[in-house]
Design a protein around this ligand. Structure first.
Ligand code: GLY
Length: 363
């Protein structure tokens, strides 16, 4: 458990390491010192995470000679908006943070996306460090530089690509996660198996009970494997001109569910679990995914305690399909799906008739 694993995201001058280990948040200051940034910095966190970890993070930064400021936003997806973006920017300006100053995003995916977007925009861009404390953020959102906020019209519709200088995945933080949050993170873990690693998928089928018990060794290996997969995809397609879209398996329907239900009703991982089960059904019909593999996907999601279906009236189904048109992957007004040929092999760019989407949601 104390062994630290390192995954490199190779992006030329924007390359950075992901450190994965137990209790590494207490080394935050030392890791930041190696980046040769200014003394002043801001920890952006939320009201759930800050009481648990902000003092430890700030103490580590102070010990390394930094002067941290703490900004705390309410927990949950409803803080990932332009209002909180502006509050954070105002706070940074009020405390005269400078070009060499930096931000530490301490929290889950909402905090990472919001704080990263603040870092991308403040003074036209300052450095930031991701210190993800949720499983979902450790395996997905903290890596790869997608930052941004939601609009009422859709998820992540305003944002930027702004790579962190360092990602610090403290596995000890996963111990304090609420079970619902932990399970939501498993939806992204399962996604990695589906999109490009059938051995990982089989391991998840086998080791799910250990993961649900948050076994340290299994968690370390699984988080590191997910980060390796993401780093490899981002290395090949940083700004999503093609391959990176496969990371959105299950997200077209998932994002629409989040937007339609009102941000915060479904956790992101729950919405994409429903989206992945539906995408698996569409894949059986459109790309020849064997029906038994679609069933394995659905079964694993359900065993992980995730929803794999959503009950909707015909009117709400129409609204959901309408919400999908605001997905960023829409091309010429046509919604595009990432679909699977086999577990471990997917491809982006599939146009699907609305009637098939209705069938997949109803099944
Ligand atoms: N979470 C999808 C991506 O980073 O591309």
């Amino acid at each position: 458990m104390n062994l630290m694993r390192t995954v490199h995201v190779s992006l030329g001058s924007r390359s950075y390491p992901i450190f994965i280990g137990g209790k590494i948040l207490s080394d935050l200051g030392g890791h930041c010192a190696a980046l040769q940034l200014g003394r002043r910095c801001a920890i952006i966190s939320d009201q759930n995470v800050a009481p648990l970890y902000a003092a430890k993070a700030a103490a580590s930064l102070r010990k390394a000679g930094f002067d941290p400021l703490l900004a705390t936003v309410p927990a949950g997806e409803s803080s990932k908006n332009l209002k909180w973006f502006q509050s954070c920017c105002d706070l940074l300006a009020g405390h005269r943070l400078e070009r060499k100053s930096f931000i530490v995003a301490l929290g889950g995916g909402v905090v990472g996306d919001l704080a990263g977007f603040v870092a991308a925009a403040y003074l036209r861009g300052i450095a930031f460090v991701q210190a993800p404390t949720s499983l979902l953020a450790q395996v997905d959102s903290s890596v790869g530089g997608k930052v941004g906020v939601n609009l009422a019209a859709g998820k992540n519709l305003v944002g930027a690509f702004h790579q962190p200088r360092l990602v610090l995945c403290d596995l000890a933080a996963l111990r304090t996660l609420q079970p619902r949050e932990f399970r939501a993170g498993l939806a992204e873990v399962i996604k990695y198996g589906i999109i490009c690693d059938q051995a990982l998928f089989a391991r998840l089928e086998r080791d799910l009970p250990l993961l649900l018990r948050r076994d340290g060794e299994v968690l370390a290996e699984v988080v590191a494997r997910c980060c390796e997969i993401k780093a490899d995809i981002v290395r090949q397609d940083e700004t999503e001109t093609g391959l990176r879209a496969i990371l959105n398996f299950g997200h077209t329907i998932g994002h629409a569910i989040e937007a339609m239900a009102g941000y915060g009703k479904y956790l992101h991982g729950e919405a994409i679990a429903i989206g992945q089960a539906a995408a698996a059904k569409l894949s059986v019909r459109a790309t020849g995914l064997p029906a038994e593999e679609a069933a394995r996907i659905e079964k694993l999601l359900v065993r992980a305690g995730l929803p794999a279906a959503i009950k909707l009236s015909a009117r709400r189904q129409t609204a959901l399909i309408g919400a999908m048109r605001l997905d960023k992957k829409v091309n010429d007004g046509q919604v595009r799906f990432v679909l699977a040929r086999r577990i471990g092999q997917v491809e982006p760019g599939h146009k699907i008739p609305p009637a098939w989407i209705r069938d997949a949601l109803a099944a």
